[in-house]
Design a protein around this ligand. Sequence first.
Ligand SMILES: NC(=O)c1ccc[n+]([C@@H]2O[C@H](COP(=O)([O-])OP(=O)(O)OC[C@H]3O[C@@H](n4cnc5c(N)ncnc54)[C@H](O)[C@@H]3O)[C@@H](O)[C@H]2O)c1
Length: 279
Amino acid sequence: MPAAFRPLDDKVSMMSNDSQNSHPHNDESPFHNVAAIVTGGAKGIGAAIVRRLAASGASGASVAIVDFDAAAARALADEVPGAFAVTADVGDYTVLSEAMEAACIRLNGLDLLINNAGWDHVQRFTDTDPSLWDKLIHINLKGVFNATHLAIPRLVARGGGRIVNVASDAGRVGSSGEAVYAACKGGTIAFTKSIARETARHGITVNCVCPGPTDTPLLEEIKQDERAAATMDAIVRATPNRRLARPEEIAEAVAFFAAAPAHVTGQVLSVSGGLTMAG
Ligand SMILES: NC(=O)c1ccc[n+]([C@@H]2O[C@H](COP(=O)([O-])OP(=O)(O)OC[C@H]3O[C@@H](n4cnc5c(N)ncnc54)[C@H](O)[C@@H]3O)[C@@H](O)[C@H]2O)c1
């Protein structure tokens, strides 16, 4: 029998076996006893993910918020039961390695990695230079490689687990002014599928959530630029739901993959109010 993500897979099999009358309590979180790391968890979508996973307080996940904004991570950890802060730049393998080691000692292992940390700067490609490309790749692509590389042996040791990557619709359909960012996110999508293939035999699933424009501090930063703000308004008008996503809506999709059965792997889910419907 393949290894499994114990806390969740035990519940899924219990739910499919009525005759044993062994349903979990309805109010029990699927993240009860789950040890989780959320990168970039201090603000925006990451903070909503931290809250969602830890939502039920004592019965929610234990969550390490791995973020390079130490103050914001600590402030959120003070507020969310079961959460604690660890400072690291996800793009720096050595620093992240130490941070994840410290986090996993405190968590007593690892069941769930959410690769959410990301950053963007909107500018026409021909006006950008290699130092910006390096920064975008460092955070958005190498950060995902680093955390995944450091997490897999721990998930294998646990007998299975879940990885959920937060990419972007920019990586699915492209986005002008975001060419390198979109390349990183497209890379994250391809990486998700490849790692899903490599780790399935260990009971590890790897899936990807692609937000459309979402109301976060990052979007506020992008909208400081007048042209980017005008583009964002046009995008909202073109969105069937006619509004930005809320971080909690992205967190809900992440929670779905984090608690989904082991057969759900290598998948990409867009959360964009219908803005993108390409396959
Ligand atoms: N907001 C959007 O419209 C949108 C759309 C599509 C995808 N996304 C993606 O969603 C994810 C979250 O974005 P957000 O809008 O919440 O951003 P945000 O800037 O509001 O929050 C990102 C968090 O990541 C942290 N972070 C950034 N770089 C880091 C690094 N190198 N190491 C550690 N922590 C780091 C920041 O300190 C911050 O706490 C990102 O991957 C982003 O690319 C966002």
